[in-house]
Design a protein around this ligand. Structure first.
Ligand code: N01
Length: 539
């Protein structure tokens, strides 16, 4: 719905930002420090982005809490105590609210406002944004901070509107408590979100039916409280930690072992897998042998290891086999981290329905009907994910030079330079945009890189008295080659996951992220800045 306000723009700013999550908040903070007039638009009623919307039961980090907070303020680092190694959503939201208070961010954020459109006005050299309601605004620069996992996606299942019970999508979870006691609850989806929901609500519901289409290789999270002594040690170590995180592949503390999984003995390999298995976090995915995500034979060793771990935890061998992925190798999709997920399927009140075997035909007023049965439910939870990476941008009618639509330009896959800007769309910067290094990352680490690069670029433009910055077609094509070459060296295409938009019916399946690693991305971005923004035309 476009704005009903047809007056010309009420206000003019230097920069408009869409989104007040981790990226938008920090971009606001940085640009304001330059003395620029900045306005942020946010759909929610408060800051927090992902952590504002995803309030579903069990939502928490898969990143070590102390690696996830902002690193730009030593004072903030020293003031904030994390209570758990992997922080639960309410605490993370409180943290982001604390940041907003501390830096007085809210005064420049307009809440409850969804941006419907953003149009480039070539003559004025300005972007005009059109909120669904309320007056338009203009600015020289537009920064999108809309996230890569924010365009909620309900499944394309017939009859979905007919269900008469209570239903929720995990990313639109209500603020009010949801009562599960005694209820027959169904969950559709077993990605990272579904796994967290299922393990959390299984003991709370009357009966739980899990509708699984594709099983995942879930690995233990191994969360625990952070003691006061640990927190003091963490704080003392921040100065060493953050520079170290800049050097790892994806901004996590985990680093690949430089050896090949195939060059060590069977005993050494198993010992390494067991060691990472016993530790908290993503080491099982990003901390074993360097070639498990690039060489199928190397990968097979860990794939078998994880399958065996699943078998050990599920009492009924037939159920265990259903929970074991068959169609993709380990790590080629995002690995969900879990706490007691597999044991859920040993409970008397939990039923696993394999909808690959017995597909869902339709949602009915009373529940879910598959080919073989009808499951009566009081509540349905859709943990069905997102129209990823390009989805949040495509939901805004972004138009560049000559009214060209970004969504149309990207119909066969995104094209841009550094993941920041597409040719024909000057003066826009897409934080965590498609083909941006921050897409495959412990996000705040890469968001800080994105924000600081954009901040410097705008500072340069202003200092040089420049009006316009636009990526060239040649730079865009070369960037696309770099991105595609990077992913083609990995096994990720075998996962056919949301990394490629493969989870969204009708969407072109093409790599949306960046798999060359954060250090390479950072180097490329730095090089471009140091060479007068090579690959962009500045005027
Ligand atoms: O979404 P998903 P998600 N019928 O797309 C199923 C991040 N995250 O919200 O695989 C039946 O991964 C679908 O089945 P299939 C993290 O990056 C982070 O779980 O398409 N099933 C799949 O099982 C993650 O990767 C954290 O066959 C249908 C599920 O729904 C990303 O968010 C926590 C269906 C969707 O899984 C997205 O995770 C949680 C249908 N018609 C999430 N349609 C933390 O850091 C879809 N599905 C803690």
């Amino acid at each position: 719905m476009a704005s009903t306000d047809t007056t010309t723009s009420d206000e003019t700013f230097d920069v408009l930002i869409i989104g007040a999550g981790i990226a938008g908040m920090y971009q606001l903070y940085k640009l304001r420090q330059q003395g620029l007039r900045v306005r942020v638009y946010e759909t929610g009623t408060d800051v927090g982005g992902t952590w504002y919307w995803n309030r579903y039961p069990g939502a928490r980090f898969d990143s070590e809490s102390y690696t996830y907070g902002y690193s730009f303020s030593e004072e903030l680092l020293q003031e904030w105590d994390w209570s758990e190694h992997f922080s639960p959503q309410p605490e993370t939201l409180r943290y982001l609210q604390y940041v907003a208070d501390k830096f007085d961010l809210r005064k420049d954020i307009v809440f409850r406002t969804r941006i419907a459109a953003a149009h480039w006005d070539e003559e004025a050299g300005q972007w005009e944004v059109v909120p669904e309601t309320g007056p338009r605004a203009r600015a020289k620069y537009l920064v999108t901070a809309v996230g890569e996992l924010s365009a909620t996606q309900l499944p394309a299942i017939e009859g979905i509107e007919s269900f008469e019970g209570e239903w929720h999508h995990t990313s639109q979870w209500p603020k009010e408590p949801v009562d599960f006691a005694g209820k027959r609850v169904g969950v559709i989806g077993t990605g990272a979100t579904g796994v967290q929901v299922i393990q959390t609500i299984a003991p709370l519901v009357g009966h739980l039916t899990v509708f699984q289409r594709t099983p995942n290789y879930c690995c233990p999270l191994r969360n625990g409280p952070v003691s006061a002594e640990e927190m003091a040690e963490i704080k003392a170590g921040y100065a060493e930690l953050f520079p170290r995180l800049k050097k790892t592949f994806a901004g996590f503390i985990h680093e690949f072992d430089e050896r090949s999984a195939l060059e060590v003995s069977d005993e050494e390999r198993l010992a390494k897998f067991e060691e990472e298995w016993a530790k908290p976090g993503f080491g099982k995915w990003l901390g074993t042998f360097h070639d498990i995500l690039t060489d199928l034979d190397a990968n097979a060793t860990i794939t078998e290891f994880v399958k065996e771990k699943i078998r050990e935890r599920v009492d009924d061998p037939a159920v265990a086999e259903k929970l074991i992925p068959k169609d993709h190798p380990f790590g080629t999709k995002r690995v969900p981290l879990e706490s007691g997920y597999y044991e859920v399927f040993n409970r008397d009140n939990v039923l696993l329905v394999d909808v690959r075997e017995d597909p869902i035909e339709r949602i009915t007023p009373r529940g879910v009907k598959t080919g073989g049965a009808e499951y009566e439910l009081d509540m349905l939870i859709y943990a069905t994910g997102f129209d990823t990476v390009t989805g949040p941008l495509n939901r805004i009618d972004i138009r560049g030079v000559n009214g060209q639509s970004l969504k149309e330009k990207w119909a066969d896959g995104p094209r841009n330079y550094l993941g920041f800007q597409s040719h024909g769309f000057p003066n826009i910067f897409t934080l965590v945009g498609p083909h941006n290094g921050s897409t495959f990352c412990n996000l705040p680490r890469c968001i800080e890189q994105n924000v600081e690069w954009v901040d410097e670029c705008i500072r340069y433009m202003e200092a040089e008295g420049l009006r316009r910055i636009e990526a060239t077609v040649e730079a865009e094509e070369a960037w696309n080659d770099h991105v595609q070459e990077g992913v083609n060296e990995t096994l990720l295409p075998m996962g056919n996951s949301w990394f490629f938009g493969a989870n969204t019916p009708g969407k072109t399946v093409t790599f949306l992220m960046y798999a060359n690693g954060m250090p390479t991305y950072r180097e490329r971005c730095d090089h471009v800045a140091q060479h007068g923004y090579e690959g962009f035309v500045l005027s």
